[in-house]
Design a protein around this ligand. Sequence first.
Ligand code: UDP
Length: 320
Amino acid sequence: MPPKTNVLVSGGAGFLGSYVCERLLEEGKHVTCLDNLSTGRMCNIEHLLDTKHFSFIEGDVCSSVPSDPAREVWNLASPASPPQYQADPVGTLMANVNGTHNLLELAHAHGARFFQASTSEVYGDPEVHPQPEDYKGSVNTFGPRACYDEGKRSAETLCFIYRERYGLDVRIARIFNTYGPRMDPKDGRVVSNFIVNALDGVPLQIYGGGSQTRSFCYYSDLIDGFFRLMRLPEMPEGPINIGNPSEFTIRELAEKVLAMTGSQAAMVDAPLPEDDPMQRRPDISKAKAKLGWEPMVDLTEGLEETIAYFGRNSVRVGLD
Ligand code: UDP
């Protein structure tokens, strides 16, 4: 049996991974954070480096998974913003396929519980609205988003195989658009782009007219959902959507950010990227029933915190 409290977090220096590390340390776990810093950032975990039970390994899930015993493995290793995952499509696909495989092997070797950070992108450009977990998706294998979508779908399949073959305890959260402090101001996602541009007085680019929708979840709600999922005594059947069902058009989001920042920045039209989903909203009935979970932070409250974070100059120039 592995020591009671050892936990490996891949992607632990990322926006969400760093909050997972923090929460595990609060629970009294010994945390090893593995991150290749391709999109993760040291500034997210710097405050943890001197913590007694925290260690950091700069390494890749495809080649540098430690073999030390672990009681839990949390897999959050992957770029997640479209411009970032498209900048290295092979690396993204491999991190999700080979990386997940390596981590599942580790979990299997030590009888560890496994957390998989999956995504609403497994539904592609959905034809069913809102999206329940049993919707099988409308995904293009041959487009610019495929490296991420198909990588995450394959990772879920690997989890399924390890569960079926080896009885591994796997828990899969399908994450819907999440935002909050510690997002990389340059990662290209809509919330960070809009806030940074509004604060800098630079035009907000509305891709494809802005009638497409997203449902935005504040990070603290999401992390709470993750821990409810991982702390359930019994492994639930299949993946669980974790997201905020309040749905907004992208134009509504832009207007809200401009109003809340008091910015005079313009809104300008830009082309819709290929395969950009037209609408997205989680059906969270399963999370409510199985985890007793639902989001608590609405968009206004979450944006206030996020705007305050990006309002610090040091954050926008990438120092914090
Ligand atoms: N988007 C936009 N302007 C931006 C960035 C994104 O209009 O500066 C749109 C994008 O086309 C998409 C939505 O906002 O429809 C959400 O994009 P994001 O990259 O945050 O995540 P996605 O949900 O597409 O993975």
